[in-house]
Ligand binder design. Structure first.
Ligand code: KIV
Length: 258
C-alpha cells in the first residue's frame, strides 16, 4: 500500500501525510478513558490499546495472558476518550490462530471502537493480513521482538543482529506491505536494520527500541510517565514520576488523617 493507493477517507491517511511531510508520527499506548482523552487532547497521532496492558495495567508477567475480553473492554473505554487520534487495538495472543479467528476477532475490536487492528509477526502471518485486507479491516503489522512469543524466545532479545535476521526482517516488512498492512511497528531491533526497512518500504514504520530513523515512534504510556517503576525497558525515556507522586500523595493523605 502507498499513499497514492489509499481509498478515500482511509484512517491511515494522516499517517501517510505526516510521512510525506517528513514529520515524525507520535504514538502512545492507552488503556483507560482519562489517559486516552489526555493523549488525544495533547495531539498524539496514534493511540494503541496494546496488549502490554496485561503487564502494566493487570500485573501479569507477560502479554500471553491477555484475552479478547480484556481487549474489547479496554478498546471500548479508550474509544470514548478519542476525538482525533487513530485508535489501533491489538489482537491478543491466540486470537488469530486461524484466518477465520483473525477476521472474526478483528471485526469485534472494530465494533468496540478501533479504527484498525495490530497483530504480531511477518511472513508467517500473511494469510491473516491478506484476509483482513480483503475484508477492508485496516491493520498494522508488528515485527522484530514479538512480546507474544517471549516464552518461546526465552526473553526480550534485540533482533537483526545477523545479516540473515536483518534480511528476514526486511522481507517480512515487504511482505506485510504487499499483503495490505497500512503501517508496521518495528520493536527492539538494531537501528540500522530499522532504518533500512524504513527506506525500503512505502508505508509508515513506527519504532520502539529501533533507533531514531523510523517514520514514527511509539512508547508504552506507563514507561513515559514513570507509572510502572518495577520494570522499564532500557530504551524508554521517562518524562514524569507518576509512581513517586502517587506514593507521596498517599503518604501525605495517611499523615494528614492521622
Ligand atoms: O502492546 C504494546 O504496547 C505494543 C507496543 C509495545 C508497540 O505492542
Amino acid at each position: 500500500m502507498s499513499a497514492a493507493h489509499l481509498p478515500a477517507n482511509h484512517p491511515f491517511q494522516p499517517l501517510f501525510d505526516k510521512m510525506a511531510a517528513d514529520e515524525v508520527i507520535s504514538s502512545l499506548t492507552a488503556y483507560d478513558y482519562p489517559t486516552a482523552r489526555l493523549l488525544d487532547e495533547a495531539g498524539i497521532d496514534l493511540i494503541l490499546v496494546g496488549d502490554s496492558l496485561g503487564m502494566v495495567f493487570a500485573g501479569l508477567d507477560d502479554t500471553t495472558g491477555v484475552t479478547m475480553q480484556h481487549m474489547l473492554y479496554h478498546t471500548e473505554v479508550v474509544a470514548r476518550g478519542i476525538k482525533n487520534a487513530l485508535l489501533v487495538a491489538d489482537l491478543p495472543y491466540h486470537s488469530y490462530q486461524s484466518v477465520e479467528d483473525a477476521v472474526h476477532n478483528a471485526q469485534r475490536l472494530m465494533q468496540a471502537g478501533a479504527h484498525a487492528v495490530k497483530l504480531e509477526g511477518g511472513t508467517t502471518q500473511l494469510d491473516k493480513v491478506e484476509a483482513l485486507t480483503r475484508q477492508g479491516i485496516p491493520m498494522v503489522g508488528h515485527i522484530g521482538m514479538l512480546p507474544q512469543r517471549v516464552k518461546e524466545e526465552g526473553g526480550y532479545k534485540k533482533k537483526g543482529k545477523t545479516q540473515h535476521d536483518a534480511d528476514r526482517l526486511l522481507r517480512s516488512a515487504q511482505d506485510l506491505e504487499k499483503a495490505g498492512a497500512g503501517a508496521i511497528v518495528l520493536e527492539s531491533m538494531l537501528a540500522e536494520v530499522a532504518t533500512r526497512i524504513t527506506q525500503e518500504i512505502n508505508i509508515p514504520t513506527i519504532g520502539i527500541g529501533a533507533g531514531n530513523e523510523c517514520d514514527g515512534q511509539i512508547r508504552v504510556i506507563h514507561d513515559l510517565v514513570g507509572a510502572y517503576p518495577w520494570f522499564r525497558p532500557p530504551f524508554a525515556k521517562t518524562y514524569a514520576d507518576f509512581a513517586g507522586d502517587m506514593s507521596k500523595a498517599a503518604q501525605s493523605f495517611i499523615e494528614e488523617i492521622k
